[in-house]
Design a protein around this ligand. Structure first.
Ligand code: C2E
Ligand code: MG
Ligand code: MG
Length: 723
């Protein structure tokens, strides 16, 4: 009995233990994050699934229990049969790669395991799956990339290399070896070579430099193109791009991986393009572009060493005639021969270029002096000037040469070429077949003149010019009888500038025309302004020679008068000079007559300083003579000058001209002039030229000096004072 009770107790405890372990298993089953499920061996129906399974396959436990994987379309019947067979054969299935379809149709790649288990007396399988879908995708992506990379490498003919920086050796794949002229079966590191193999000496330094840069900043790849000359293979250009991938424990770079790209074709094309861009196709000589580069370098070198150089422009004198009479082909052959002769006549440090049609440029460096440059240029001219044999026709040719000499002429390359061209042009103008030097002093003067003209034009446009007025007085009456307009440049920086400093700059230029337009308008405007103020004033304007000789001079004055209808022509006086008037006296006389007919008056300025004969003078239709200030100045102490003044006054009287004395600086001069019969005076004694704004006020306040008023009272018959 005791034994039976013990057995019952053991059974009860065993049963309790079993129940406890079932509970534990249940807990583990439900909490494991691995999808697990029990299926019956005979029907394949689910007995149970854990939450991880529900989540992975998207079926709830209730939906699974009582249905098989085939029912739920997780996989096919054939797969179930196949898996079961495998599991049965081995007693279990371990990590078999399989595909499961979830409820939403997503295919999962899993590693499926199956272990036999008995559940409530039923033979079942415990199925567990490990989802490897993500990993599989990654793997296939990596595979695709590898394939693409290998395709790219083979399509781009890229060679892979592996540089052992410690050992100084480099090896590579079959294509890399091929690039180095070796059979393609070399494809491992065992065939590694010293890295300099095949690299030409001049490039080693450059490669080492780039490597050094890459070591200093590994984020910038090592990228160098160099030329290799493998023993039995043609020279190639390889672009090598690499990156250090390993550093030793001391921080010294150990290994660099990279690729070589054969860029020989591109390089050759670049060279061809470079050649086309820098050389003349017909003669093979450098063209303008290359010449300028060489010139720039030569100028730098000459500047640094203090040596000199000459740049010459050579123009063939009769190429056009050859082309016209013998055809362009013959002309071309002639040019080739000329190019050859020029080249042969030069030293290796010199350069010749063809600039265009029949123009060549020559650069001679390391010259002793200007004479040696000329000597060598004459040798070139002689070489060009020797007879040519063109298909049996003997031809003579000459050249015009112009040159400029550095450092006397210091300018940029373009300007030096232009200077040489200018000198060549002068050689041509002088009849050709000669040598001319560029004159830098003359050029500088020309340049300054151009700048001055530009500045003067600005002055007109910016309103910096002003007409000043200088009154003319009748000593006898003290009356203001008129005024002369004299231009002033009110320069913003240099102050008041007198006409003597700028009129010569515009002499004979278009600018002079512009200036005369401005002056005539300004004079007529002043007359109008004075009229408005109740001041009737005659103003004299100085007329430049160019304007006076113009075919349409009279019309020009008349058209201006028309634009100012309030001005009476009598209020306008034109001051002309003898020399300008006598240049074409018939034409000038005709024009002046036309103007005098409408009332405009004419004065002959600076009388006595020109070279006119009285006969010519008589032909000029004038109203007034202006006695030059040099005689006025001299007459007080020089009897001869006084005699001239007296003579001129007599002449004026007999011709019926009025007379004005200019440059009168003292009261005594005024008295004397009035006594001699010239009572109209202009000069500093009255007033220097003044700004037009002050003129009207000045006239109102003007009072003649006491001496003049007294002199006016006396008779003019008084004897002249002796000097
Ligand atoms: P010009 O027509 O013979 O003018 C007389 C010059 O003598 C003026 O010089 C005047 O300032 C100066 N002068 C007047 N009184 C005296 C004096 O008492 N003593 C001295 N030493 N000089 C005196 P400016 O203004 O320098 O003009 C010089 C020349 O420039 C003028 O000689 C004239 O030929 C020319 N000019 C001036 N303005 C114009 C203009 O608007 N157009 C043109 N085409 N020429 C002008
Ligand atoms: Mg004058
Ligand atoms: Mg004068």
């Amino acid at each position: 009995m005791r034994g039976v009770l013990q057995d019952i107790d053991t059974l009860r405890r065993t049963s309790e233990r079993m129940q406890a372990s079932e509970v534990r298993f249940e807990r583990i089953f439900h909490s494991l994050p691995i999808p697990l499920g029990f299926v019956r061996d005979d029907t394949g129906q689910f007995v149970d699934v854990n939450p991880a399974w529900e989540q992975a396959l998207e079926y709830s436990r209730e939906e699974c229990i009582g249905h098989s994987m085939v029912d739920l379309n997780i996989y096919s019947q054939a797969t179930r049969v196949q898996l079961r067979q495998k599991a049965m054969a081995n007693g279990q299935l371990v990590a078999h790669e399989n595909e499961l379809r979830t409820r939403s149709g997503t295919l999962l790649t899993v590693l499926q395991s199956m272990s036999p288990i008995e559940v409530a007396g039923q033979s079942c399988w415990l199925i567990s799956v490990l989802d490897i879908t993500g990993r599989k995708k990654q793997e296939s992506l990596v595979r695709e990339r590898e394939e693409l990379l290998s395709l790219t490498i083979s399509a781009a003919s890229i060679g892979l290399w592996d540089w052992d920086l410690h050992a100084g050796t480099i090896g590579g794949d079959a294509r890399w070896h091929g690039m180095h002229g070796r059979a393609p079966d070399h494809d491992d590191q065992a065939d590694a070579l010293p890295w300099e193999t095949g690299v030409t000496g001049a490039q080693l330094g450059m490669i080492e430099h780039v490597l050094h840069e890459h070591i200093l900043d590994p984020s910038v790849p090592f990228d160098v193109t160099w030329r290799i000359a493998p023993p039995q293979a043609p020279t190639r250009w390889l672009r090598n791009v690499g990156k250090i991938v390993k550093w030793d424990s001391h921080g010294v770079p150990e290994r660099m991986l990279g690729v070589s790209i054969d860029v020989t074709l591109q390089h050759e094309q670049q060279e061809l393009l470079h050649h086309m861009a820098h050389y003349d196709a017909l003669t093979g000589l450098p063209n303008r572009v290359l010449l300028q580069q060489r010139l720039r370098a030569a100028l730098d070198a000459a500047g640094a060493s203090g040596s000199s150089l000459a740049l010459a422009y050579i123009d063939l004198d009769a190429l056009k005639a050859v082309n016209d009479s013998m055809g362009h082909e013959v002309g071309d052959r002639l040019l080739v021969q000329v190019a050859g002769r020029l080249q042969r006549a030069l030293r290796p440090t010199d350069s010749v270029a063809r600039l265009s049609g029949d123009e060549f440029a020559v650069m001679l460096s390391d010259l002793g002096d200007r004479e040696s440059a000329e000597k060598r240029l004459r040798v070139l001219m002689e070489a060009v000037g020797k007879p040519y044999d063109l298909e049996g026709v003997c031809l003579d040719l000459t050249a015009s040469v112009g040159y400029t000499y550095f450092p006397e002429d210091t300018a940029d390359t373009d300007t030096l070429l232009r200077h040489a061209d200018q000198a060549m042009y002068q050689a041509k103008q002088a009849g050709g077949n000669r040598l001319r030097a560029f004159d830098s002093v003359e050029e500088m003067a020309r340049q300054t003149l151009v700048e001055q003209r530009d500045r003067f034009e600005d002055a007109i446009n910016n309103g910096e010019l002003a007409l000043y007025l200088q009154p003319k007085i009748n000593v006898r009456t003290g009356e203001v009888v008129g005024a002369e307009a004299l231009v002033r440049w009110e320069h913003p920086e240099h102050g008041l500038i007198l006409p003597g400093s700028f009129l010569h700059v515009i002499d004979g230029t278009e600018l002079e025309v512009k200036f005369s337009e401005w002056a005539m308008d300004a004079v007529l405007l002043h007359i109008e302004d004075f009229k408005r103020e109740g001041l009737e004033m005659q103003i004299s304007i100085n007329i430049d020679a160019e304007r006076l000789r113009h075919r349409e001079f009279a019309n020009w004055v008349l058209s201006h008068l028309e634009r100012h209808p309030r001005v009476s022509p009598r209020q306008l006086d034109l001051e002309i000079t003898e020399n300008a008037a006598l240049y074409d006296v018939t034409h000038v006389a005709r024009e002046l007559t036309q103007l005098r007919a409408v009332g405009v008056s004419v004065s002959l300025d600076d009388f006595g300083t020109g070279y006119s004969s009285l006969a010519y003078l008589r032909r000029l239709p004038i109203d007034q003579l202006k006695l030059d200030q040099s005689y006025v100045r001299g007459m007080m102490h020089d009897a001869a000058d006084q005699a001239i003044v007296q003579g001129v006054i007599g002449l004026a009287r007999s011709f019926g001209y009025r007379i004005v004395a200019e440059g009168v600086e003292s009261v005594e001069q005024g008295v004397l002039l009035a006594r001699m019969g010239c009572p109209i005076v202009q000069g500093h004694v009255v007033s220097p030229p003044m700004s037009a704004e002050h003129f009207a006020d000045w006239v109102r306040c003007w009072q003649a000096p006491q001496a003049w008023r007294e002199a006016a009272r006396r008779t003019s018959e008084e004897p002249l004072p002796l000097v």
